[in-house]
Design a protein around this ligand. Sequence first.
Ligand code: ADP
Ligand code: ADP
Ligand code: ADP
Length: 214
Amino acid sequence: MRIVLVGPPGAGKGTQATRLAETLHIPHISTGDLFRANISRQTELGKLAKSYMDAGNLVPDEVTIAMAKDRMEQPDAEGGFLLDGFPRNVSQAEALDELLETEDMKLDAVLDLEAPEDEVVKRIAGRRVCRNNSAHVFHVTYTPSKKAGVCDVCGGELYQRDDDSEETVRKRLEVYHTQTEPIIDYYKAQGLVVTISAMGPVDEVTGRALEALK
Ligand code: ADP
Ligand code: ADP
Ligand code: ADP
């Protein structure tokens, strides 16, 4: 399957993507995680991306699309993938369509995770991610790690993302509404969108997502 996950920052895209990818046996491709991996390796791409991410803005399309394309062309993504955080605006969606078309491939679904703003703000405020891998994600009260500050998956140190500060979150929500939400209409026109509520326990949301993707 080829799936795109959309939803506001903090809706639970990464959390659900990890689980869905495991169940559906497809790689979880998160552009946010790829940028953070570049930042920790201090690559040129990481340095460029960090300045945009810390301000709550989108990283420019050219580098983002090239990075996503490169990842989607890895052998493990041949049979399908779950895109988390890409595309994030209409030009990225168009670039993805072009890329899929040249490979004679199509998306199967766009899963839209809905959550009210006050809930995503609470989820982001308590989010803690692992220094080794930002796909290892916890919440200080909702889904705490067994030992405070230590990742259950790999034992790494948990920290708060620089862009999860209150001020940056407000900007990211604005960017979501103005730039990312329009892709939902773009994909609705292709009949691809399934919308589910992101509220409730993690397992319940996963069940809902799997049902919607059937
Ligand atoms: P969240 O999980 O809170 O939605 P992500 O980890 O997906 O956040 O993204 C963090 C930041 O990385 C974004 O605010 C943006 O700066 C950058 N980013 C991630 N994906 C993209 C993308 N497709 N296009 C441009 N910037 C992106
Ligand atoms: P996104 O990738 O959309 O930004 P995350 O998956 O990182 O969202 O989740 C944001 C925060 O909310 C994390 O701290 C995560 O542990 C927590 N979280 C995710 N899903 C739920 C849920 N169903 N209920 C409560 N907290 C959740
Ligand atoms: P499961 O047995 O449900 O598959 P795992 O311990 O194998 O759980 O973890 C799978 C993924 O789920 C991890 O890579 C991590 O990203 C995510 N995860 C694990 N525990 C939590 C948690 N408390 N909160 C949010 N995400 C978690």
